[in-house]
Design a protein around this ligand. Structure first.
Ligand code: AMP
Length: 326
């Protein structure tokens, strides 16, 4: 029996290059390896843990499926589905919530960040975000989860829950580990924190055209271009990280040396970077147009995926319910 992989992306908008490098590239690698049963969902239930509007959600869940397909995920190799279409996810999350304490959830750094971001909308659903993620992972008994480094605290919760389920109810769930990519942490164009959908001016979207990418990169804050030590934070650090990811580590070293000697010419650096980023996005955008023009294929993928996911999820959930005495 092959081991299983599960990953998901919230249906909060189209994807950005942080999602692509930190999550989708790992999904592609594991799918291509042929060694795993791969389940890739659109986390639309997770999207309601922070403020949302139903019209946006209705649209965004399809946008994320289109992005998955445009990036090259193959519905014949992977099960691609919408989380909310498989009711077992929400049901299992409720059962799992009996195994974690409120205090454990309140102390998670990811929860605290979101509370800061949305002080007026700290819902129970937000507190329960990691339980829902544990449900996603455990319903398929996944052993690998291709997600960015920001998700590590949630994976730790999933492992804790798996251990508790196993010891309390004599079950045999895997303790899933994160499958990391080179781009596991793509910094924000603002120079502060990670690239994020919800922070204005932070992200390059997979759908951005060359001019937009260039303009966004030109807006990254920089300095005089030279100094005693290479910056370890801020916009310059972001540009150096993006250079590693799109032009390679040797190019980054060249820039670092320039910074310590004659100085970096940011205009040139940003133009070169924009070209390389766009080169990666061109084939994705071409494929995206195909799926945008053929929405019936997207619907077919989702319906096919739903049936396959639900078969596995319902079997696993039945075992847990029986073990719990439900
Ligand atoms: P989210 O949009 O928060 O649902 O994230 C979807 C996936 O993209 C998760 O696996 C995240 O870890 C990953 N991700 C989001 N932002 C970044 C980033 N800036 N760098 C690397 N991975 C990211």
């Amino acid at each position: 029996m092959k081991q299983t992989v599960l990953a998901g992306i919230r249906a909060t908008s189209k994807l950005h290059i942080g999602n692509y490098l930190g999550a989708v590239k790992g999904m592609l690698e594991l799918e291509k390896s042929g060694e795993y049963e791969t389940f890739f969902m659109v986390a639309d239930i997770h999207a309601i843990t922070t403020p949302f509007d139903p019209e946006g959600l209705r649209k965004n869940k399809y946008e994320v499926v289109i992005d998955y397909l445009a990036c090259g995920l193959d519905p014949e190799k992977s099960v691609i589905f919408l989380q909310s279409m498989v009711g077992e996810h929400a049901e299992f999350a409720f059962y799992l919530s009996s195994l974690v304490t409120i205090a454990r959830m309140q102390h998670l750094p990811t929860f605290k960040e979101k509370v800061k971001q949305y002080p007026e909308s700290t819902s129970l659903a937000l507190l329960n975000y990691p339980t829902l993620m544990a449900s996603d992972i455990l319903l398929y008994n996944a052993s690998k989860v291709p997600v960015g480094i920001d998700q590590e605290p949630h994976l730790e919760i999933a492992r804790e829950i798996a251990r508790k389920l196993n010891s309390t109810y004599s079950l045999a769930f895997n303790e899933a580990t994160r499958f990391a990519t080179e781009g596991q942490y793509v910094p924000s164009l603002t120079g502060e924190g990670k690239m994020s959908k919800s922070v204005e001016g932070s992200a390059i979207m997979l759908t951005d055209d060359f001019e937009t990418i260039k303009n966004k990169l030109f807006a990254v804050p920089t300095d005089s271009g030279k100094g005693e030590g290479v910056p370890i934070s801020g916009g310059v650090k972001t540009l150096l990280e993006l250079t590693t990811l799109f032009l390679g580590v040797e190019k980054r070293k060249e820039y670092e040396l320039m910074y310590l000697s004659d100085g970096i010419k940011y205009k040139q650096m940003k133009e070169e970077l924009a070209e390389e980023v766009y080169k990666v996005l061109i084939p994705i955008q071409e494929k995206r147009r195909y799926f945008e023009n053929n929405p019936q294929i997207v619907v077919e993928v989702i319906n096919y995926g739903k049936n396959k996911a639900q078969k596995v999820a319902s079997e696993n959930l039945a075992k847990v319910k029986f073990a719990m005495g439900l």
